[in-house]
Design a binder for this molecule. Sequence first.
Ligand SMILES: Cc1ncc(COP(=O)(O)O)c(C=O)c1O
Length: 388
Amino acid sequence: MRIYLSRPDITEKEIEAVCAVLRSPDLSLGPKLVEFELSFAKYIGTKRAVAVNSGTSGLFLCMLALGISHGDEVITCPFTFIASATSIMMAGAKPVFADIDPVSLNIDPAKIESKITNRTKAILPVEVFGNPTGLDKVCSIAQKYHLNVIEDSCEALGSALNGKKVGTFGTMSVFGFYPNKQITTGEGGMILTDDDNLADICVSLRNQGRALKRPKTQDPRLKTNESWLLHDRLGYNFRLSDINCALGIVQLSRIEQTKAKRRQVAQWYREMLADDDRLIVPVEPDDCDISWFVFVVRLANRFSPQQRDRILQAMKNTDIQVGNYFPPVHLQPFMVERFGYKCGDFPIAESVSERTIALPFYNNLTKDQIATVCRTLRKVLDSVCCIS
Ligand SMILES: Cc1ncc(COP(=O)(O)O)c(C=O)c1O
């Protein structure tokens, strides 16, 4: 039987909540939007939360709200999902990469300062696979150079560093709700900040640049008193419907249970794979409370990238879905073409990404399924080791 890489965890409660919105007249910009934003801000501990239709649009709006545009640079991680970097480019700015820490797989704080120029406007750290390691150090550097921090927290809902929740470190932070995430709204994202002005700009930007409040003096040529048809700025339709928000509210109410289930899955994997010296298995540092997003093991350095690819294929042949999170961002074809990045620019990110195997990981994965995955992986490793 197929074992999937990820599966959402949707209960009757979520289905009922979505159906209740469908029976109401408020499918968008209604009470569920307000409720989702308030409960999310309360859970994370920020003053404001602004719901949007994806993590990517959330990151893009952070760039715009912070005035990041053409000619600016934002320092980020080369080992992440593509949107961490493309959201910078969407605003017209350049993603400048600093190599990663080989253990946490997050941007290495020690490599950031040498990348700062007079064009640098912000640092965008990512809690890769949910791990918040190094976030505090990134923030100290940003403070020293008066830079904003945009936390890409899309993979880390519920994680904390030294008891401080992810999403509260940056000037702004963004979570994502694609179905493989800790909570899902189908598609969706949330921008968090303590800054009312930045939040208000995002509220306007996500809704066609609409005016938040009617201006005191209104040009009579507009011939309307409706703020609905007044537009303050170039905006977008990045709204999240009340249908999505209703789903998100129930999912968020179960976050601690979700965290515990995923922690158990990670624990079973660790117990079953820890003794295999062909694999590097992720650990949870003492100062971190990781809300597990995925379970990514790495092959020991003696394995070649070709061997990794053969292992991925062999696993897929047995109907166990696996992934290669993440190919290095700077080596994506359009990045190479646009910025001239090349192999060897960020050797740790490149070496790690050539050896990763993302194993099936979701709330309701059973111990038996995990045992099947681990047994199959060991067999595949045996065979790849034999023929190489
Ligand atoms: C680190 C990171 N950043 C950004 C995103 C983008 O989120 P979305 O897919 O909701 O646009 C994701 C989601 O996959 C992600 O993992």
